[in-house]
Write a protein that binds this ligand. Sequence first.
Ligand SMILES: Nc1ncnc2c1ncn2[C@@H]1O[C@H](COP(=O)(O)OP(=O)(O)O)[C@@H](O)[C@H]1O
Ligand SMILES: [Mg+2]
Length: 365
Amino acid sequence: MVYNQIKQVLPHFRFEGYYVSAEELHSGNINNTYHLQYRKNGVPMHYLLQNVNTYVFHDPYAVMENIEKITDHLRRKYLAGGVDPTRRVLEIIPTIDGRTMHKNGGYWRAYRYIENATAYDRVMRPKQFEEAGRAFGEFQRMLCDFPAGELHTTIPDFHNTTKRFYAFVRAVSEDKAGRVRALEPEIEFMFEHRRAMGTIVRELERGVLPLRVTHNDTKINNVMIDNDTDKAVCVIDLDTVMPGSALYDYGDAIRFGASTAAEDEEDTSKIALDMEKFKLFTRGFLSQVDGFLTPHEIELLPLGMRVITCELAMRFLTDYIEGDLYFKVKSPTHNLIRARAQMALLEDMERKADEVQAFIDGRNK
Ligand SMILES: Nc1ncnc2c1ncn2[C@@H]1O[C@H](COP(=O)(O)OP(=O)(O)O)[C@@H](O)[C@H]1O
Ligand SMILES: [Mg+2]
């Protein structure tokens, strides 16, 4: 029974009205998410209850502090611009004692439920991908005056590609699972890409690239899309918000959303950068960030998607070499297949580099 899983938690939140029903969303994930219905004076009230994933986030208080700061900032800016923030920004429902979380076994938090909108796992209509680009671009734009350095780094070195490269080299030299011998082409690939991969980290350190608020999980299913208009309403899933580079958010969205195949496609001939999807997302994103992203950031967007793709290829390969310690695998070669899939995607991005650049420069709309 869903109710039994949450009944001890419910009275600790400032939900209005009386409890009517609860339904579990996303069942089976580490993150449990529940849609709650209450009723106040005959009016249905909808809430979302979640527990924070302490396996990934060791400091849930830091996660919630980040979310509180970001959502406060967004709400103030929407209000100042005359826009009703109700459906546009996640709204934390506080606990009875005025906190953002309730500790009971795990850590629980609640948001106002965004009604009449859907977080799609897969794009149903191409326009939705453009809307996702617009939403993540708008997220960047609304937060461009937020002091990113004030946010907690809740997952240290998440995109520190240079450190990840050293971890990869260490894994190769230790060869704990005895898998290195057969991996010469893959290892060589990583060494060939080493310099390019370190670019964003280096430029952030030198201040050439500005430190910005990054979402760090820019998948389409983290954008709520209005059921009637198909327009993006709100960016959700703010757990991974951290200081970083705008290039990460853009790059990861393209890497994940604009590939022609799944992340673990075995037949690499099926893997390519889908130029239509790339253009849709990029058009939406650029419509929002033109004017405040620096010309240098815009120029580096194509590099952003390549760095992120290579970084992930290297993480899969590292995990394969270490004997599958981090990512869940369905077979002994799953991580290797994933690494090769990302490498194939990167190679196609490299082949299409001119076309990609031309589109971003506005030479090929
Ligand atoms: N405020 C909200 N209103 C309505 N639905 C939401 C809200 N927040 C999350 N959801 C739904 O719950 C799902 C899981 O939430 P999310 O925060 O993205 O967690 P996860 O880490 O599991 O992806 C989303 O894909 C979306 O369908
Ligand atoms: Mg999500």
